[in-house]
Write a protein that binds this ligand. Structure first.
Ligand code: ACO
Length: 322
């Protein structure tokens, strides 16, 4: 059976930087609190009118360039996003047209912060079963469009961006395994409780605002990520010491360091971008991966553990021989 390997990566961050000092001016918060509790110093905020598809388009073009593939080579596009430009057509369909891809399958996957990991899992399966040779996998979100700028508990956390990878069929192992999970029973702890089914609400922006019980989410995230790293290593008969890099979802430095500790890894084996990006939701893992590849930290042959946790709750991981 074929495996899929990462042939190229790309990413995009909006130009506009919002620092903790900027937030101190509009919220009852402090740079010290944000840095100590989250590790975040700044985040990027997309400008008015700059959409998920706009950000994803640039990331996808960069990934295709780094993989050396042309639009006509792509046989599947899967986009992890919770902030699609439209209810439909999907962001994947919008991108398919913009990027000039053939009439291949195109779909969005909504798994909040785990969206890219879920999308990667889907594309990997299509390549493994032989139906697709080359897939474009994107994680993109513009969560700042759903941030309540009066809520200091959430407004300081999020940023915008996009990350992408090109997967190609290969005889040699690339993606060794992917694992996806969800627990819908926790939906009251994190979400945006408005949608087509709820109709319109007479609140700012139609009430489309992120609501989170941060402390409770934190505890479940730490426990759950601890379990999924065990599951991933056991599935591959690998030891913690076989790992070269942890590339985690970038929600909170304390969650990241708890997972690293569980794996017996030092922080210099962990890709950390949360300080500069904040939590970019589905974009966070592919953004961190692209930075790690382009900076030369992650090299061909390295063993990478990718993981994410997000609203739903959803959580997911992938073990990759890069
Ligand atoms: N500035 C100053 N004080 C603050 C701020 C702020 N920005 N936010 C909260 N506080 C206060 C609270 O009001 C509280 O004050 P009190 O003790 O007087 O009541 C105090 O700080 C402690 O609040 P906690 O919520 O207990 O703080 P905690 O240490 O848990 O940190 C945080 C909050 C950063 C949100 C953390 O809980 C977290 O990271 N949670 C997980 C987030 C996450 O991983 N989400 C999943 C992915 S997101 C997605 O899927 C879209």
């Amino acid at each position: 059976m074929k495996k899929s390997r990462i042939a190229g990566t790309g990413s995009y961050l909006p130009e506009n930087i919002v620092t903790n000092a900027d937030l101190e001016k509009i919220l009852d918060t402090s740079d010290q609190w944000i840095r100590e509790r989250t590790g975040i110093t700044e985040r990027r905020v997309a400008k008015e009118g700059e959409t998920s598809a706009d950000m994803a388009e640039v990331a996808a073009q960069r990934a295709m360039k780094s993989a050396g593939v042309n639009p006509e080579d792509v046989g599947l596009i899967v986009v992890g996003t919770t902030t699609p430009d439209l209810v439909f057509p999907s962001t994947a369909c919008l991108l398919q047209a913009r990027l000039g891809l053939p009439d291949c399958g195109a779909m969005d996957v909504n798994a909040a912060c785990s969206g890219f990991m879920y999308a990667l899992s889907v594309a990997d399966k299509y390549i493994r079963c032989g139906d697709v040779q080359t897939a474009l996998v994107i994680g993109v979100d513009k969560l700042t469009a759903m941030v309540d700028w009066n809520d200091r508990g959430t407004a300081v956390l999020f940023g915008d961006g996009a990350g992408a990878v090109v997967l190609q069929a290969s005889d040699e192992a690339g993606i060794l395994s992917t694992h996806i999970h969800a627990a819908g029973r926790h939906s009251d702890l994190l979400g945006v409780d408005v949608g087509v089914g709820t109709g319109f609400k007479e609140e700012p922006r139609g009430g489309v605002l992120i609501k989170m019980k941060g402390n409770e989410v934190f505890k479940v995230a730490v426990r759950t990520l601890g379990r999924i790293v065990d599951e991933t290593l056991e599935h591959n008969n690998m030891e913690k010491t076989d790992l070269d890099w942890l590339i985690p979802h970038q929600a909170n430095y304390r969650i990241i360091s708890a997972t690293a500790k569980k794996l017996g890894m030092t922080m210099d084996q962990v890709i950390v971008t949360v300080d500069k990006h904040g939590n970019t939701s589905a974009a966070s893992v592919p953004l961190a991966l692209d930075e790690a590849v382009r900076s030369g930290k992650v090299k061909r042959g390295n063993i990478l553990l990718l993981e994410a946790f997000g609203g739903g709750f959803t959580w997911a991981s992938a073990l990759i021989k890069y």
